[in-house]
Design a protein around this ligand. Structure first.
Ligand SMILES: [Zn+2]
Length: 487
Protein backbone atom coordinates (compact mmCIF):
# COMPACT_ATOMS: atom_id res chain seq x y z
CA UNK A 1 0.00 0.00 0.00
CA UNK A 2 1.32 3.39 -0.88
CA UNK A 3 1.69 5.60 2.18
CA UNK A 4 0.46 9.11 1.77
CA UNK A 5 2.26 12.12 3.06
CA UNK A 6 1.60 12.25 6.78
CA UNK A 7 1.88 15.07 9.22
CA UNK A 8 2.00 14.82 12.96
CA UNK A 9 1.60 17.83 15.21
CA UNK A 10 0.47 20.06 12.39
CA UNK A 11 -2.81 20.24 10.57
CA UNK A 12 -3.16 20.11 6.83
CA UNK A 13 -3.94 23.82 6.78
CA UNK A 14 -0.78 24.67 8.70
CA UNK A 15 1.12 22.53 6.23
CA UNK A 16 -0.17 24.46 3.26
CA UNK A 17 0.85 27.68 4.96
CA UNK A 18 4.29 26.27 5.70
CA UNK A 19 4.93 24.96 2.19
CA UNK A 20 3.78 28.27 0.74
CA UNK A 21 6.43 30.13 2.70
CA UNK A 22 9.99 30.24 1.39
CA UNK A 23 12.20 27.51 2.92
CA UNK A 24 10.11 26.98 6.02
CA UNK A 25 11.64 25.54 9.13
CA UNK A 26 10.52 22.08 10.08
CA UNK A 27 9.62 21.81 13.74
CA UNK A 28 7.23 19.40 15.44
CA UNK A 29 6.29 18.03 12.05
CA UNK A 30 6.81 14.69 10.39
CA UNK A 31 7.21 14.52 6.65
CA UNK A 32 7.07 11.09 5.11
CA UNK A 33 7.82 10.89 1.42
CA UNK A 34 7.28 7.47 -0.03
CA UNK A 35 8.07 7.13 -3.70
CA UNK A 36 9.22 9.65 -6.28
CA UNK A 37 6.12 11.88 -6.41
CA UNK A 38 6.12 12.59 -2.71
CA UNK A 39 9.89 13.01 -2.59
CA UNK A 40 9.70 15.65 -5.32
CA UNK A 41 6.97 17.44 -3.34
CA UNK A 42 9.42 18.08 -0.52
CA UNK A 43 12.77 18.08 -2.28
CA UNK A 44 14.07 20.11 -5.18
CA UNK A 45 15.78 17.80 -7.68
CA UNK A 46 18.61 18.44 -10.10
CA UNK A 47 19.85 16.01 -12.77
CA UNK A 48 18.02 13.05 -11.31
CA UNK A 49 16.23 10.26 -13.10
CA UNK A 50 13.38 8.05 -11.99
CA UNK A 51 13.25 4.27 -11.83
CA UNK A 52 9.98 2.66 -10.81
CA UNK A 53 9.03 4.57 -7.68
CA UNK A 54 12.59 5.59 -6.79
CA UNK A 55 14.61 8.71 -7.43
CA UNK A 56 17.99 7.88 -8.98
CA UNK A 57 21.10 10.01 -8.54
CA UNK A 58 23.46 8.94 -11.32
CA UNK A 59 25.85 11.61 -12.53
CA UNK A 60 28.10 13.77 -10.44
CA UNK A 61 25.76 16.76 -10.40
CA UNK A 62 22.65 14.84 -9.28
CA UNK A 63 21.21 16.50 -6.20
CA UNK A 64 18.17 16.58 -3.95
CA UNK A 65 17.77 19.72 -1.83
CA UNK A 66 15.13 19.91 0.89
CA UNK A 67 12.43 22.55 0.44
CA UNK A 68 12.58 23.22 4.19
CA UNK A 69 15.16 24.05 6.83
CA UNK A 70 15.91 21.89 9.84
CA UNK A 71 17.69 22.37 13.12
CA UNK A 72 16.97 19.39 15.38
CA UNK A 73 15.64 16.41 13.51
CA UNK A 74 15.44 12.66 13.02
CA UNK A 75 15.93 11.58 9.43
CA UNK A 76 15.59 8.16 7.88
CA UNK A 77 16.28 7.42 4.22
CA UNK A 78 15.85 4.15 2.37
CA UNK A 79 18.68 3.88 -0.14
CA UNK A 80 20.41 1.51 -2.51
CA UNK A 81 23.72 1.94 -4.32
CA UNK A 82 25.13 0.30 -7.43
CA UNK A 83 28.87 -0.40 -7.79
CA UNK A 84 31.15 2.62 -7.64
CA UNK A 85 28.48 5.08 -6.45
CA UNK A 86 29.60 7.64 -3.92
CA UNK A 87 27.70 10.55 -2.49
CA UNK A 88 26.76 12.22 0.73
CA UNK A 89 23.97 13.67 2.77
CA UNK A 90 24.78 17.13 4.10
CA UNK A 91 22.82 18.87 6.83
CA UNK A 92 22.77 22.38 8.26
CA UNK A 93 24.08 23.37 4.87
CA UNK A 94 23.14 25.55 1.90
CA UNK A 95 22.01 24.65 -1.64
CA UNK A 96 25.47 23.57 -2.80
CA UNK A 97 25.60 20.93 -0.06
CA UNK A 98 28.83 18.94 0.12
CA UNK A 99 30.86 21.56 -1.74
CA UNK A 100 29.57 24.49 0.32
CA UNK A 101 31.83 23.82 3.29
CA UNK A 102 28.84 24.51 5.50
CA UNK A 103 27.44 22.00 7.95
CA UNK A 104 28.21 18.31 8.29
CA UNK A 105 28.37 15.53 5.74
CA UNK A 106 27.46 11.85 6.01
CA UNK A 107 29.08 9.59 3.43
CA UNK A 108 27.27 7.13 1.18
CA UNK A 109 29.74 4.61 -0.23
CA UNK A 110 29.25 0.85 -0.15
CA UNK A 111 32.33 -0.11 -2.12
CA UNK A 112 34.54 -2.83 -0.73
CA UNK A 113 37.86 -2.12 0.99
CA UNK A 114 40.67 -0.65 -1.11
CA UNK A 115 38.10 0.67 -3.61
CA UNK A 116 36.91 4.26 -3.83
CA UNK A 117 36.91 6.41 -0.73
CA UNK A 118 38.09 4.56 2.40
CA UNK A 119 35.21 6.23 4.28
CA UNK A 120 32.12 4.06 4.02
CA UNK A 121 28.39 4.67 4.44
CA UNK A 122 27.57 6.40 7.70
CA UNK A 123 30.89 8.16 8.09
CA UNK A 124 30.43 11.63 9.63
CA UNK A 125 33.08 12.87 7.30
CA UNK A 126 36.21 14.54 8.74
CA UNK A 127 34.66 14.54 12.21
CA UNK A 128 33.99 10.91 13.06
CA UNK A 129 35.25 9.01 10.03
CA UNK A 130 33.90 5.49 9.67
CA UNK A 131 35.73 2.90 7.57
CA UNK A 132 33.73 -0.29 8.04
CA UNK A 133 31.84 -1.69 5.06
CA UNK A 134 28.32 -2.34 6.40
CA UNK A 135 26.15 -2.72 3.29
CA UNK A 136 26.71 -4.29 -0.12
CA UNK A 137 25.90 -2.55 -3.38
CA UNK A 138 22.49 -3.64 -4.67
CA UNK A 139 21.06 -3.96 -1.16
CA UNK A 140 18.35 -1.61 0.17
CA UNK A 141 19.28 -0.13 3.54
CA UNK A 142 18.26 2.68 5.86
CA UNK A 143 20.48 5.57 6.75
CA UNK A 144 19.42 7.44 9.88
CA UNK A 145 20.72 10.79 11.03
CA UNK A 146 19.68 12.41 14.28
CA UNK A 147 20.61 15.89 15.44
CA UNK A 148 19.61 16.95 18.96
CA UNK A 149 21.19 20.20 20.13
CA UNK A 150 24.94 19.43 19.96
CA UNK A 151 24.58 15.65 19.57
CA UNK A 152 24.81 13.95 16.16
CA UNK A 153 24.18 10.24 15.68
CA UNK A 154 24.34 8.33 12.40
CA UNK A 155 23.01 4.79 12.06
CA UNK A 156 23.10 2.30 9.24
CA UNK A 157 20.24 -0.15 9.70
CA UNK A 158 19.90 -0.48 13.47
CA UNK A 159 23.57 0.13 14.31
CA UNK A 160 24.99 3.49 15.35
CA UNK A 161 28.14 3.93 13.30
CA UNK A 162 29.14 7.55 13.97
CA UNK A 163 28.40 9.78 16.90
CA UNK A 164 29.62 13.20 17.89
CA UNK A 165 29.00 15.79 20.57
CA UNK A 166 30.03 19.18 19.31
CA UNK A 167 31.85 21.04 22.08
CA UNK A 168 31.25 24.71 22.87
CA UNK A 169 34.35 25.71 20.90
CA UNK A 170 34.95 23.03 18.27
CA UNK A 171 38.50 22.71 16.96
CA UNK A 172 38.52 23.02 13.16
CA UNK A 173 41.42 23.05 10.75
CA UNK A 174 41.64 25.40 7.77
CA UNK A 175 38.89 24.61 5.30
CA UNK A 176 36.79 22.82 7.91
CA UNK A 177 35.66 25.92 9.82
CA UNK A 178 32.14 25.63 8.40
CA UNK A 179 31.62 22.18 9.91
CA UNK A 180 29.50 23.35 12.79
CA UNK A 181 25.90 22.90 13.83
CA UNK A 182 23.45 25.68 13.05
CA UNK A 183 20.31 25.12 11.00
CA UNK A 184 19.81 24.83 7.29
CA UNK A 185 19.02 22.58 4.38
CA UNK A 186 19.42 18.87 3.84
CA UNK A 187 21.22 18.04 0.61
CA UNK A 188 21.68 14.60 -0.87
CA UNK A 189 24.23 14.61 -3.64
CA UNK A 190 26.24 12.30 -5.80
CA UNK A 191 29.97 12.96 -5.80
CA UNK A 192 31.18 10.89 -8.76
CA UNK A 193 29.93 9.67 -12.12
CA UNK A 194 30.11 5.96 -11.27
CA UNK A 195 27.09 3.88 -10.30
CA UNK A 196 23.86 5.27 -8.89
CA UNK A 197 22.19 6.04 -5.59
CA UNK A 198 18.52 5.02 -5.45
CA UNK A 199 16.19 6.74 -2.97
CA UNK A 200 12.79 5.21 -2.24
CA UNK A 201 11.60 6.70 1.06
CA UNK A 202 12.53 9.66 3.20
CA UNK A 203 11.09 10.36 6.62
CA UNK A 204 11.96 13.48 8.57
CA UNK A 205 10.74 14.49 11.96
CA UNK A 206 11.51 18.07 12.85
CA UNK A 207 12.18 18.36 16.58
CA UNK A 208 11.87 21.31 18.91
CA UNK A 209 14.86 23.63 19.07
CA UNK A 210 14.56 23.62 22.85
CA UNK A 211 16.53 20.38 23.34
CA UNK A 212 19.25 20.89 25.98
CA UNK A 213 22.90 20.37 25.05
CA UNK A 214 24.56 17.08 25.90
CA UNK A 215 27.35 17.94 28.29
CA UNK A 216 29.00 14.54 28.49
CA UNK A 217 32.71 15.12 28.74
CA UNK A 218 35.13 12.84 26.90
CA UNK A 219 38.39 14.42 28.00
CA UNK A 220 37.66 16.64 25.07
CA UNK A 221 40.36 19.14 25.80
CA UNK A 222 43.48 17.03 26.37
CA UNK A 223 46.29 16.46 23.88
CA UNK A 224 45.18 12.96 22.88
CA UNK A 225 41.64 14.15 22.12
CA UNK A 226 43.05 17.05 20.14
CA UNK A 227 45.31 14.71 18.15
CA UNK A 228 42.37 12.42 17.36
CA UNK A 229 40.23 15.39 16.30
CA UNK A 230 42.93 16.65 13.95
CA UNK A 231 43.54 13.19 12.47
CA UNK A 232 39.84 12.83 11.72
CA UNK A 233 39.95 16.20 9.94
CA UNK A 234 42.78 14.86 7.76
CA UNK A 235 40.65 11.81 6.89
CA UNK A 236 43.32 9.66 8.54
CA UNK A 237 42.10 6.08 9.11
CA UNK A 238 42.29 5.95 12.91
CA UNK A 239 41.48 2.32 13.63
CA UNK A 240 42.28 0.08 16.58
CA UNK A 241 42.61 -3.14 14.61
CA UNK A 242 43.28 -5.26 17.69
CA UNK A 243 40.41 -5.11 20.17
CA UNK A 244 39.10 -8.04 22.22
CA UNK A 245 35.77 -8.54 23.99
CA UNK A 246 37.44 -9.60 27.22
CA UNK A 247 36.75 -9.00 30.90
CA UNK A 248 33.03 -8.43 30.33
CA UNK A 249 33.50 -5.84 27.58
CA UNK A 250 30.56 -5.98 25.17
CA UNK A 251 30.52 -5.20 21.46
CA UNK A 252 28.32 -2.14 22.08
CA UNK A 253 30.69 -0.81 24.74
CA UNK A 254 33.73 -1.25 22.53
CA UNK A 255 32.04 0.42 19.56
CA UNK A 256 30.79 3.27 21.76
CA UNK A 257 34.26 3.82 23.21
CA UNK A 258 35.61 4.21 19.68
CA UNK A 259 32.81 6.56 18.62
CA UNK A 260 33.24 8.74 21.70
CA UNK A 261 36.95 9.19 21.16
CA UNK A 262 37.07 9.28 17.37
CA UNK A 263 38.38 5.94 16.13
CA UNK A 264 37.06 2.65 14.73
CA UNK A 265 37.54 -0.86 16.07
CA UNK A 266 38.47 -4.23 14.70
CA UNK A 267 37.34 -6.91 17.11
CA UNK A 268 39.12 -10.25 17.17
CA UNK A 269 38.45 -13.56 18.83
CA UNK A 270 41.40 -15.70 19.90
CA UNK A 271 41.34 -18.83 17.79
CA UNK A 272 43.51 -21.81 18.55
CA UNK A 273 44.56 -24.40 21.11
CA UNK A 274 42.91 -23.83 24.51
CA UNK A 275 41.11 -20.72 23.24
CA UNK A 276 37.34 -20.12 22.84
CA UNK A 277 37.33 -20.84 19.10
CA UNK A 278 38.88 -24.17 18.14
CA UNK A 279 37.38 -25.40 14.87
CA UNK A 280 35.41 -24.37 11.78
CA UNK A 281 32.08 -24.71 13.58
CA UNK A 282 33.00 -22.38 16.45
CA UNK A 283 34.73 -20.01 14.02
CA UNK A 284 31.63 -19.81 11.82
CA UNK A 285 29.43 -19.28 14.89
CA UNK A 286 31.69 -16.44 16.03
CA UNK A 287 31.56 -14.81 12.59
CA UNK A 288 27.77 -15.04 12.50
CA UNK A 289 27.55 -13.36 15.91
CA UNK A 290 29.56 -10.32 14.84
CA UNK A 291 28.82 -10.07 11.12
CA UNK A 292 26.33 -7.17 11.40
CA UNK A 293 28.36 -5.14 13.89
CA UNK A 294 29.91 -1.75 13.07
CA UNK A 295 33.48 -2.99 13.57
CA UNK A 296 36.04 -4.79 11.44
CA UNK A 297 35.72 -8.53 11.88
CA UNK A 298 39.05 -10.09 12.76
CA UNK A 299 40.53 -13.46 13.65
CA UNK A 300 43.56 -13.80 15.90
CA UNK A 301 45.40 -16.99 14.97
CA UNK A 302 46.86 -18.40 18.16
CA UNK A 303 49.91 -20.51 18.77
CA UNK A 304 51.16 -22.34 15.75
CA UNK A 305 48.56 -25.08 16.09
CA UNK A 306 45.81 -22.99 14.46
CA UNK A 307 46.91 -24.15 11.00
CA UNK A 308 45.69 -27.65 11.84
CA UNK A 309 42.38 -26.50 13.32
CA UNK A 310 40.68 -24.35 10.66
CA UNK A 311 40.04 -24.51 6.94
CA UNK A 312 40.37 -21.70 4.40
CA UNK A 313 36.72 -20.92 3.79
CA UNK A 314 35.58 -19.75 7.24
CA UNK A 315 38.91 -17.97 7.75
CA UNK A 316 38.36 -16.05 4.49
CA UNK A 317 35.10 -14.55 5.81
CA UNK A 318 37.03 -12.27 8.13
CA UNK A 319 38.14 -8.80 7.09
CA UNK A 320 41.69 -9.71 8.14
CA UNK A 321 43.54 -12.23 10.27
CA UNK A 322 46.62 -11.75 12.40
CA UNK A 323 49.10 -13.52 14.61
CA UNK A 324 52.10 -12.79 16.76
CA UNK A 325 55.40 -14.57 17.45
CA UNK A 326 54.78 -15.03 21.16
CA UNK A 327 53.90 -18.74 21.07
CA UNK A 328 56.14 -21.36 19.42
CA UNK A 329 58.13 -24.50 20.09
CA UNK A 330 61.90 -24.25 20.58
CA UNK A 331 64.67 -26.51 19.27
CA UNK A 332 64.30 -28.74 22.34
CA UNK A 333 60.56 -29.24 21.73
CA UNK A 334 59.47 -26.93 24.57
CA UNK A 335 56.34 -24.83 23.89
CA UNK A 336 57.08 -21.23 24.84
CA UNK A 337 54.56 -18.51 25.61
CA UNK A 338 56.69 -15.42 25.98
CA UNK A 339 54.33 -13.47 28.24
CA UNK A 340 54.27 -16.25 30.87
CA UNK A 341 57.61 -16.33 32.79
CA UNK A 342 57.22 -20.03 33.70
CA UNK A 343 56.93 -20.92 30.03
CA UNK A 344 60.01 -19.02 28.88
CA UNK A 345 63.23 -21.03 28.44
CA UNK A 346 66.41 -19.17 27.57
CA UNK A 347 69.62 -21.21 27.43
CA UNK A 348 71.55 -18.39 25.76
CA UNK A 349 70.31 -14.90 24.96
CA UNK A 350 71.92 -14.84 21.52
CA UNK A 351 70.58 -18.25 20.62
CA UNK A 352 67.13 -17.26 21.89
CA UNK A 353 67.11 -14.10 19.78
CA UNK A 354 68.19 -15.95 16.66
CA UNK A 355 65.38 -18.46 17.23
CA UNK A 356 62.84 -15.68 17.88
CA UNK A 357 63.73 -13.88 14.66
CA UNK A 358 63.66 -17.13 12.70
CA UNK A 359 60.24 -18.05 14.14
CA UNK A 360 58.82 -14.57 13.40
CA UNK A 361 60.10 -14.69 9.82
CA UNK A 362 58.62 -18.17 9.38
CA UNK A 363 55.20 -17.10 10.66
CA UNK A 364 55.19 -13.97 8.49
CA UNK A 365 56.32 -15.92 5.42
CA UNK A 366 54.27 -19.10 5.66
CA UNK A 367 51.03 -18.28 7.51
CA UNK A 368 48.43 -16.38 5.45
CA UNK A 369 48.22 -13.52 7.94
CA UNK A 370 47.50 -9.89 7.12
CA UNK A 371 49.10 -8.34 10.20
CA UNK A 372 52.05 -9.26 12.43
CA UNK A 373 50.95 -8.15 15.91
CA UNK A 374 52.67 -7.64 19.27
CA UNK A 375 55.85 -7.33 17.19
CA UNK A 376 59.33 -7.65 18.72
CA UNK A 377 57.81 -8.68 22.06
CA UNK A 378 60.46 -9.97 24.45
CA UNK A 379 59.94 -11.92 27.64
CA UNK A 380 60.23 -9.87 30.84
CA UNK A 381 63.71 -11.13 31.67
CA UNK A 382 65.09 -9.69 28.42
CA UNK A 383 63.08 -6.51 28.24
CA UNK A 384 65.82 -4.26 29.67
CA UNK A 385 68.05 -5.27 26.76
CA UNK A 386 65.43 -4.62 24.04
CA UNK A 387 67.56 -2.03 22.21
CA UNK A 388 70.67 -4.21 22.31
CA UNK A 389 69.07 -7.52 21.40
CA UNK A 390 67.01 -6.10 18.53
CA UNK A 391 70.03 -5.31 16.38
CA UNK A 392 69.55 -3.56 13.02
CA UNK A 393 70.33 -6.86 11.30
CA UNK A 394 67.58 -8.70 13.24
CA UNK A 395 65.10 -5.90 12.63
CA UNK A 396 65.83 -5.98 8.92
CA UNK A 397 65.25 -9.72 8.64
CA UNK A 398 61.75 -9.33 10.08
CA UNK A 399 61.08 -6.20 8.02
CA UNK A 400 62.19 -7.91 4.80
CA UNK A 401 59.76 -10.76 5.49
CA UNK A 402 56.95 -8.23 6.03
CA UNK A 403 57.75 -6.57 2.70
CA UNK A 404 58.17 -9.82 0.76
CA UNK A 405 54.90 -11.31 2.01
CA UNK A 406 52.72 -8.19 2.13
CA UNK A 407 52.15 -8.36 5.89
CA UNK A 408 51.35 -5.20 7.83
CA UNK A 409 53.10 -4.33 11.08
CA UNK A 410 51.13 -3.53 14.22
CA UNK A 411 52.13 -0.57 16.34
CA UNK A 412 51.00 -1.91 19.67
CA UNK A 413 49.64 0.57 22.19
CA UNK A 414 49.57 -1.79 25.18
CA UNK A 415 53.19 -2.96 24.98
CA UNK A 416 54.46 0.21 23.28
CA UNK A 417 56.03 -1.98 20.58
CA UNK A 418 57.95 -2.01 18.37
CA UNK A 419 60.46 0.70 19.26
CA UNK A 420 60.77 3.80 17.12
CA UNK A 421 63.94 2.58 15.38
CA UNK A 422 62.13 -0.53 14.14
CA UNK A 423 59.12 1.47 12.95
CA UNK A 424 61.28 3.99 11.14
CA UNK A 425 63.16 1.20 9.32
CA UNK A 426 59.89 -0.52 8.44
CA UNK A 427 58.40 2.70 7.10
CA UNK A 428 61.49 3.33 5.00
CA UNK A 429 61.12 -0.19 3.59
CA UNK A 430 57.50 0.49 2.59
CA UNK A 431 55.74 -1.65 5.21
CA UNK A 432 52.07 -0.83 5.96
CA UNK A 433 51.05 -0.28 9.57
CA UNK A 434 48.11 -0.90 11.84
CA UNK A 435 47.37 0.50 15.26
CA UNK A 436 46.37 -2.07 17.88
CA UNK A 437 45.76 -2.17 21.60
CA UNK A 438 45.29 -5.87 22.40
CA UNK A 439 43.24 -4.93 25.44
CA UNK A 440 43.03 -7.59 28.14
CA UNK A 441 39.83 -6.30 29.77
CA UNK A 442 37.11 -3.66 29.63
CA UNK A 443 39.11 -1.02 31.50
CA UNK A 444 42.29 -0.90 29.40
CA UNK A 445 40.96 0.19 26.02
CA UNK A 446 42.92 3.40 26.04
CA UNK A 447 43.04 5.81 23.12
CA UNK A 448 45.93 4.47 21.03
CA UNK A 449 48.33 6.76 22.90
CA UNK A 450 51.58 5.09 21.81
CA UNK A 451 50.39 4.86 18.20
CA UNK A 452 49.67 8.60 18.18
CA UNK A 453 53.14 9.35 19.56
CA UNK A 454 54.72 7.19 16.86
CA UNK A 455 52.56 8.71 14.14
CA UNK A 456 53.91 12.13 15.05
CA UNK A 457 57.49 11.01 15.46
CA UNK A 458 57.88 9.10 12.20
CA UNK A 459 55.26 11.15 10.33
CA UNK A 460 52.94 8.38 9.18
CA UNK A 461 50.49 9.32 6.42
CA UNK A 462 47.08 7.77 5.60
CA UNK A 463 48.82 5.86 2.78
CA UNK A 464 51.02 4.09 5.36
CA UNK A 465 47.98 2.51 7.02
CA UNK A 466 46.75 -0.98 6.15
CA UNK A 467 43.17 -1.50 5.03
CA UNK A 468 41.66 -4.97 4.58
CA UNK A 469 41.71 -6.73 1.24
CA UNK A 470 38.32 -6.94 -0.51
CA UNK A 471 36.04 -9.94 -0.02
CA UNK A 472 36.90 -12.78 -2.37
CA UNK A 473 40.52 -11.64 -2.53
CA UNK A 474 41.69 -12.59 0.95
CA UNK A 475 45.23 -13.72 1.44
CA UNK A 476 44.18 -17.04 2.92
CA UNK A 477 42.40 -17.99 -0.32
CA UNK A 478 45.47 -17.23 -2.38
CA UNK A 479 48.08 -18.81 -0.07
CA UNK A 480 46.04 -21.49 1.64
CA UNK A 481 46.82 -22.61 5.18
CA UNK A 482 50.09 -24.55 5.60
CA UNK A 483 49.79 -28.27 6.25
CA UNK A 484 52.38 -28.15 9.00
CA UNK A 485 52.97 -25.87 11.95
CA UNK A 486 55.49 -23.13 11.21
CA UNK A 487 57.37 -23.32 14.46
ZN1 LIG B 1 45.24 -10.19 20.92
Amino acid sequence: MKINTLFKGATWFMLVAVVAACKPGLQDEVVISSGQDQILDHWKAKDITVSGDSIVLGNESATLVSRFHVQNFDLSMTLKTTPGAEGSLSFHTSESGATSGEGYRVMINNSDYRTGSPQKTGSLSMIRNFFVHMVDDGEWFTLNVSVRANHIAVSVGDKIVSEYREPDHPLRTEGNEGMVLSEGLLVLNKSNDEGSIFVSDIRIEGLTDEIPRDTMNFESTDAVAEALTLLNQRGFPVIDFHGHLKGGLTMDQAAEHGRNHGFNYGIAENCGLNFPVTDDATLNAYYDRISGEPVFKAMQCEGREWVNMFSEEPVSLFDYIFSDAMTFTDHKGRRLRLWIPEEVFIDSEEQFMEMLVERAVNIISKEPIDIHVNPTFLPDVLNDKYDILWTPERMDRVIQALVDHDVALEINARYRLPGIAFIQRAKDAGVKFTFGTNNAAANDLGRLEYCLEVLEEVDLTPEDIFLPKPAGDKKVMEMGIPDEMTG
